[in-house]
Design a binder for this molecule. Structure first.
Ligand SMILES: Cc1cc2nc3c(=O)[nH]c(=O)nc-3n(C[C@H](O)[C@H](O)[C@H](O)COP(=O)(O)O)c2cc1C
Length: 335
């Protein structure tokens, strides 16, 4: 049997071929149309692909054909990095969960940007998720994030700051309120410079951890409001093992995603939504395996949702089901 990581690579390669042959459009039909404006961007529907699936930026068109309204590529770092030693991806099938400690393996920002500029025909919204290299010390992290922001500016619709990955030492420490405030201030200042230079505004989104304490949520929300952050993604994977305790892979290092993350991600989403009072749009991600769960994220304060693990287990049908249910829920809430 293929290892989960090889299966992932083979699947993405097959998707690219199927997309080029026009087979995905035939299989998936046209994407659900539910146009919505968030962060000043026009999303064709409310369902996105979360970061980590397309780390190269070479499969975006295929995911678009599968019905995603937006796709987030990455995480990309300034220089290429191999990530952690394998095996580093574990499926907990009965729990519909994944444990990964990939460690942000990626081809580097320049290759990612090259792939996106050469290949992208996708008409939905494109995000790129960026972070610092593993070898970059935290007190130089901002140099890495700024370099990535500049590098992707021309090819993306929004940029996500990953400071919540549990699989690279030190990254989560950047989420201490004071450190996050410095980082975000530097990014917002560069965003203003780049907007002026290019005449184009690219929203900045921060992706938070579900392991953020209540106190830290209050502090971070304050920072986000103060710095006029454009958007928030709730959440990344968790270091908790609640829900997979009995699985043989439970002792593996890394972040847990999928069904067991759902409640914890929702609590984080709800807490941020309460503190942000609707001033900063939220993208809800974590544990969605059904349309009803996607709708619940909207009820808790999200404007959009992203899928990862649920999409692995349920396949493309989940994208359509979620997009249709969210369209219905949004219509009902406006009537
Ligand atoms: C194998 C794997 C790799 C991931 N890689 C990244 C990454 O590079 N950057 C990132 O911000 N999130 C990454 N994530 C987290 C997802 O984007 C998402 O936030 C998380 O899995 C929760 O959603 P889910 O329960 O629907 O999977 C990864 C998740 C998985 C399972």
């Amino acid at each position: 049997m293929l290892s989960p990581e090889v299966a992932h690579d083979v699947t993405l390669a097959s998707l690219r071929v199927a997309e080029r042959l026009g087979m995905l459009r035939l299989m998936a039909g046209s994407p659900v149309s539910d146009p919505v404006e968030v962060m000043g961007l026009k999303f064709p529907n409310r369902v996105g692909l979360a970061a980590g699936m397309d780390k190269q930026g070479n499969t975006v068109d295929a995911f678009g054909e599968l019905g995603f309204g937006f796709v987030e590529v990455g995480t990309l770092t300034p220089r290429p990095q191999p990530g952690n030693a394998s095996p580093r991806l574990f499926r907990c099938i009965p729990q519909q969960a994944i444990i990964n400690h990939m460690g942000m393996n990626n081809p580097g920002i320049d290759r990612g940007v090259e792939n996106l500029s050469m290949r992208r025909r996708f008409r939905g919204v494109l995000g790129v998720n960026i972070s610092k290299n593993k070898v970059t010390p935290n007190d130089e992290a901002r140099i890495d994030y700024l370099a990535c922001l500049r590098a992707v500016w021309e090819v993306v619709d929004y940029v996500t700051i990953n400071f919540s990955c549990p699989n690279v030492p030190g990254v989560c420490e950047l989420a201490k309120a004071e450190t996050a405030a410095d980082l975000l201030a530097a990014l917002k200042s560069e965003q203003a410079n780049l907007s002026q230079e290019t005449g184009r505004y690219v929203p900045i989104v921060m992706k938070v951890s579900p392991d953020t304490s209540e106190q830290q949520i209050h502090e971070l929300a304050h920072v986000f409001l103060d710095c006029q952050l454009d958007g928030l993604i709730c959440t990344n994977t968790t270091i908790s093992r609640t829900g997979v305790e009995d699985h043989p892979s439970a002792a593996e290092k890394g972040g847990l995603s999928g069904a067991p993350l759902y409640n914890r991600a929702n609590e984080t989403l709800e807490a941020f939504a309460a503190d942000l009072h609707g001033s900063i749009p939220i993208i809800g991600v974590g544990g969605i395996t059904s349309a009803q769960q996607a709708v619940e994220k909207l009820r808790l304060g999200a404007s959009l949702v992203q899928l990862y693990t649920g999409f692995i287990y349920k396949g493309p049908a989940l994208v359509r089901e979620c997009a249709q249910a969210l369209r219905q829920a949004a219509m009902e809430s406006h009537s």
